[in-house]
Design a protein around this ligand. Sequence first.
Ligand code: CU
Ligand code: ZN
Length: 196
Amino acid sequence: MRKRTWQLSLVIVAGLVLAGVNRVVVSQVADPSAGHGAHGMNQVTKAVAKVDPLGESGVKGKVTFTKQADGVLIEAELTGLQPGEHGFHVHEFGDCSMADGTCAGGHFNPTGAPHGGPDDAERHAGDFGNIKADQSGNATYKRVDKHIALGGPNSIIGRSVIIHADPDDLKSQPSGNAGARIGCGVIGIADPKMEH
Ligand code: CU
Ligand code: ZN
């Protein structure tokens, strides 16, 4: 009797272990983020940054990055800006934790180029030029960029978008004389199926 009880518990334990293994295998197969799908590893096709104010600026919004055949489509919607142009860049580090945005580092510049405007052949990859706010402080931006990428050496994943108080003059070194950093958002991998 005692032996049978022991055998029974062994069967139950083995069953639980098998069920657990089974669950792990099923979840790996079902999880597209595991990266073993038809597109292979590390094929990020969409990224997003939620922009939050630095200090008391009140700047808020969202920037999305969508991979396209001819580059990366950048779309931004911001509110709470002063009317006019504001420097708009990708900075090297994805760290918005200081009130003045200092910890985001300088412009993302994987090729060692001088600062420039978005249409210059020689520029920092992070040089998006300016985003222009209307009289209500709302701004949108839409451009396809060939310097940034969502993978490889020019990847912007894990870096940050920074909005500045002043316009970027597109030529002053090293950062276009765009003044204080007033908005910051860390760029993360987005779900391409999510529409929002
Ligand atoms: Cu900047
Ligand atoms: Zn720059």
